[in-house]
Design a protein around this ligand. Structure first.
Ligand SMILES: Nc1ncnc2c1ncn2[C@@H]1O[C@H](COP(=O)(O)OP(=O)(O)OP(=O)(O)O)[C@@H](O)[C@H]1O
Ligand SMILES: [Mg+2]
Length: 228
């Protein structure tokens, strides 16, 4: 059974003067442990697709399964719980909370968990160490470099040990050295078993994925698997 199964997903944004058909029939299965890169021109629906997979957005039509469970019909509360415990998000602009320290930002990734204080601390420390931010626990986001902010955001995404990490242009705001380091951390997670989906414009990153999904105008244009 695939971890993610999308069948004929359509998505239309209303609320603007003219409705936008962002997805026009996307069918895609993703197995546990895969590293999928989604590419394609601006506006082709990459972020929309990622947000639907991540349950941030509900598809207008089609079936979307997470671990065999149809997520288009489950109640919002269960959906929020699933999102908080199984899915980690990384965004282009980091999305850290300005007035919280690195430690506190990462701990936000555990807000739906009822672990005791000791467990929480252990998980936050483990996540900080995994991204090499242990020495910056008390810093505020504005006291960090862009690369460090993104590493902090990755730690927040993975602190609860999600089964899947979704990253929307995670290196879009980073220089090449920090971009490579950030991708390295995500790839290491994938090597250890976390399913990884990244949206990227960088060919050098797509090349490292086990599968590249190219989108065009709300549809999947090409989906190619690496043979090795
Ligand atoms: N909240 C929204 N309301 C209305 N239209 C939207 C909304 N979000 C996205 N769209 C439209 O849906 C289409 C797909 O947008 P999406 O953000 O998924 O593209 P993308 O492939 O991620 O582009 P980019 O590479 O620029 O990030 C675009 O035409 C966009 O203008
Ligand atoms: Mg986008």
């Amino acid at each position: 059974m695939p971890l993610i199964s999308l069948q004929d997903i359509h998505h239309t944004y209303t609320g603007t003067e003219r409705a936008v058909h962002a997805l026009r029939g996307v069918t895609l299965d993703i197995d546990a442990g895969e590293f999928v890169a989604i590419t394609g021109p601006s506006g082709c629906g990459k972020s929309t697709l990622l947000n639907i997979i991540g349950t941030l957005e509900k598809a207008s039509a089609g079936r979307c399964e997470f671990n065999g469970r149809d997520i288009t019909t489950i109640p919002d509360r269960d959906l929020a719980h699933l999102r908080a415990t199984q899915i980690g998000f990384v965004f282009q602009n980091f999305n850290l909370i300005d007035h919280l320290s690195v430690y506190q930002n990462i701990e936000l990734g555990l807000r739906y968990r009822r672990d005791n204080l000791k467990n929480r601390r252990d998980l936050v420390v483990e996540a900080m160490d995994r991204v090499g931010m242990g020495h910056r626990a008390d810093h505020l986001p504005r006291q960090l470099s862009g690369g460090q902010q993104q590493r902090c955001a990755i730690a927040r995404a993975i602190v609860g040990h999600p089964v899947i990490v979704l990253a929307d242009e995670p290196t879009g705001n980073l220089d090449s050295r920090n971009a490579a380091q950030t991708l390295g951390i995500l790839k290491e997670l994938n090597d250890k078993g976390t399913t990884l989906i990244i949206v990227t414009h960088a060919l050098s990153q797509a090349d490292q994925a086990s599968r590249v999904v190219e989108m065009h105008d709300g549809r999947i244009h090409i989906s190619s698997r690496r043979l090795s």
